[in-house]
Write a protein that binds this ligand. Structure first.
Ligand code: SF4
Ligand code: FES
Length: 377
């Protein structure tokens, strides 16, 4: 008998291919090439196993999931299995006909990302000319198809001033939900941290705008807001807790508790190609390692928030301290919190150039590695 409740959702990262090159992408620096991706049959089996396990949601993500020609087949199988299907897309490969095919296959919801509201800036951030105009057309086509739409804006020092216009755009496009999400610093985002981290004044401005808009638009639109950890007092409950709610499956079939778990040294993540999903979820040592509260050090162990934020983010703890089992340094109670403050205080006046996300162009000198010894407290 399986005593561990099943995951609520699985994130199927179908591919790392993407026409965009956003410098905040949370994908790993070593991106999988097309030839290494799971085939259609393997993904169909995963979707069957997910439904049998009791999963409720499947998020088709990437990279850019619409780069996979078999996406409608996967949506159809997930839908037939009773899974709620969400497509997380940059949109630039979609048109009205493709949206109709996805609708016919049973897609329930589409989340469309925007880089900014000014085309020139948006295209510069995406690293793709014409991307913004294309996204506007795709957003309209999604609504015309009658599909629920969430807009996602990733916010950072280059666009934080335009959060009011982002919300106005979402309202005009008929989005039922909008995410104003500050960059989370993993993968390429961590590489580009100095180029992206907003100032505290920018952060406070975005928070104030979101609070006002929530009151004004309460009847029309839900607004989600994600803060950058570097200015936080308490950490986020990353993935709702390690091995508690979500499973991420990479393009090559590796099953992980979160998007960035691959950055943790010394961990082995099982493959869906040779291990059933239910077995992975219940028994894989990597999933059990930080599940619940038994693994926690102080101050988490005796903290009354330990079953609220689950000690924060393991990948961030590793990236900042070299030890995934420490309290997330985003927490002001963490003995490592000064590391976070030092990054925010050391934010450069002038932003360095972006390192764009490209397959086969992993920067050699930057990775989610521990900070130098002299920076530790
Ligand atoms: Fe969360 Fe641990 Fe900080 Fe408590 S001490 S708020 S459990 S991260
Ligand atoms: Fe891995 Fe937070 S991203 S635990």
């Amino acid at each position: 008998m399986n005593a561990i409740p099943p995951p609520l959702g699985i994130v199927c990262e179908l591919t790392h291919r993407c026409p965009l090159q956003c410098p905040y992408c949370s994908n790993p620096l070593e991106l999988a090439r097309a030839g290494a991706e799971l085939g259609t049959d393997a993904w169909l089996r995963v979707l069957d196993e997910a439904a049998a396990l009791g999963v409720l949601h499947v998020h088709f993500s990437g990279g850019e999931p619409t780069a996979r020609k078999d996406l409608p087949d996967l949506v159809r199988r997930a839908s037939a299995n009773g899974l709620y299907t969400n497509l997380i897309t940059a949109g630039v490969l979609l048109d009205a006909a493709a949206i109709d095919r996805l609708k016919a296959a049973g897609i329930d919801h589409i989340q469309l990302s925007f880089q900014d509201v000014i085309a020139e800036s948006a295209d510069r951030i995406a690293g793709l000319a014409g991307a913004h105009e294309r996204k506007l057309a795709v957003a309209k086509a999604i609504r015309q198809a009658g599909l629920p739409l969430t807009l996602n804006f990733v916010v950072h020092r280059h666009n934080a001033e335009r959060v009011p216009e982002m919300l106005a755009l979402a309202e005009s496009l008929g989005a039922a939900r909008t995410e104003i999400a500050h960059v989370q610093y993993y993968g390429w985002g961590l590489v580009n941290r100095a180029a992206l981290l907003p100032s505290r004044a920018q952060l406070e401005f975005t928070l104030q705008v979101v609070q006002e808009a929530r009151a004004r638009l309460a009847e029309k639109m839900v607004i989600d807001y994600v803060v950058p950890d570097y200015y936080a007092q308490r950490p986020k409950a990353c993935m709702g807790g390690w091995g508690r709610r979500e499973m991420v499956i990479t393009p090559t079939g590796k099953a992980m508790p979160c998007h960035a778990a691959d950055s943790l040294l010394g961990f082995e993540f099982p493959s869906v190609t040779d291990t059933p999903l239910a077995d992975i979820w219940s028994n894989a040592p990597a999933f059990r390692r930080f599940r619940g509260t038994d693994w926690m050090p102080e101050p988490c162990r005796s903290c009354d928030r330990r079953e609220i934020d689950w000690g924060g983010c393991r990948c961030q703890a590793f990236a900042m301290t070299g030890d995934a089992a420490r309290t997330d340094p985003a927490c002001a109670l963490s003995p490592d919190h000064a590391l976070m403050l030092a990054v925010a205080e050391g934010r450069p006046e002038a932003a360095p150039a972006f390192v764009y996300r490209r397959i086969g162009h992993a920067p050699a000198s930057v990775s989610a590695e521990p900070v130098p010894a002299e920076a530790t407290v």
